[in-house]
Design a binder for this molecule. Structure first.
Ligand code: PEP
Ligand code: MN
Length: 263
């Protein structure tokens, strides 16, 4: 895999690279209000789920393409260096996201587990220069995670990052998805240039654990954090328990102690 270090991506000057925003884009007002509050707090990359891979049918499955238009309306209200990230799970999502000039794409855990899905996504990315973040698959299989990224790399994408969002388990633990820090570190050892992002929101499933998990990721020298935030977490249409307000997000980030290279 040929991987460009994060400093060449043009998305993040600071460490950690903070990516934050709602689990789902719900309404234009909700997305705009949340994004503007985050930008006010210094967040430079806004996430929003537009197509939602829900575990069971009958729940909110995302607004779809229309939300890409909302993102482009928000662009006119924020500085140019603010970037937007969305999840893609099909070739059609990739085409629509690229057409809307979305800056960063990510692939979710229910997609990275499937080589056919990854190949379809990779094929739709051929000849494009866009950063792609790949979440770990739902099961703790490092080869499958690497394979998913290799397919993206095989399409010529060099700005590839990994997101650790924990692994499904039937065991009841304090986490929604159990982290495997050693597996993430093994990946980091194998690919030292690969930016490693932690998603404490989907690991935790609980907003009360986000600060602790974010600090753990910093202590392990992760490059960034993807944290779900919402103007009104309690009334979110998806993942209500794990989202934080933009104010709390900012407190969490301000409270991090970032180890320096020499410490
Ligand atoms: C998400 O980021 O909202 C999401 C669906 O994540 P995951 O793929 O980690 O479940
Ligand atoms: Mn979510």
């Amino acid at each position: 895999m040929q991987i460009e270090p994060l400093k060449n991506w043009g998305v993040a000057e600071d460490k950690p690279w903070v990516i934050s925003g709602p689990c789902s884009a719900e309404t234009e007002e909700q997305l705009t209000e949340t994004a503007l509050a985050l930008v006010e707090k210094g967040v430079k990359t806004i996430r929003a789920g537009v197509w939602k891979p829900r575990t069971r049918p009958g729940t909110f499955e995302g607004i779809g393409k229309d939300a890409l238009g909302w993102i482009n309306n928000i662009r006119t209200q924020v500085p140019e260096d603010v970037k937007f990230a969305v999840e893609v799970a099909t070739a059609q999502h990739v085409e629509q996201a690229l057409e809307a000039k979305i800056d960063v794409l990510w692939v979710g855990a229910r997609s990275s587990v499937n080589p056919f899905t990854m190949q379809d996504i990779a094929d739709a990315l051929r000849g494009v220069d866009v950063p792609v973040l790949v979440k770990n698959p739902i099961n703790p299989d490092l080869a499958l995670w690497i394979g998913a990224m290799e397919r993206i790399a095989g399409a010529g994408i060099t700005k590839i990052g990994a997101i650790h969002r924990g692994f499904s388990s039937h065991k009841k633990t304090r986490f929604r998805n159990i982290p495997s820090w050693h597996l993430a570190l093994e990946l980091k050892r194998e690919y030292p240039e690969l930016p490693m992002i932690c998603d404490p929101s989907h690991i935790a499933g609980d907003s009360a654990l986000i600060a602790e998990l974010s600090q753990k990721a910093m202590d392990l020298d992760f490059d960034g954090l993807m944290i779900e935030s919402h103007r009104d977490p309690a009334n979110a249409w998806s993942d209500a328990k794990q989202q934080v307000t933009p104010d709390v997000l900012s407190e969490i980030v301000e409270g991090l102690s970032i180890p320096t290279a020499s410490s």
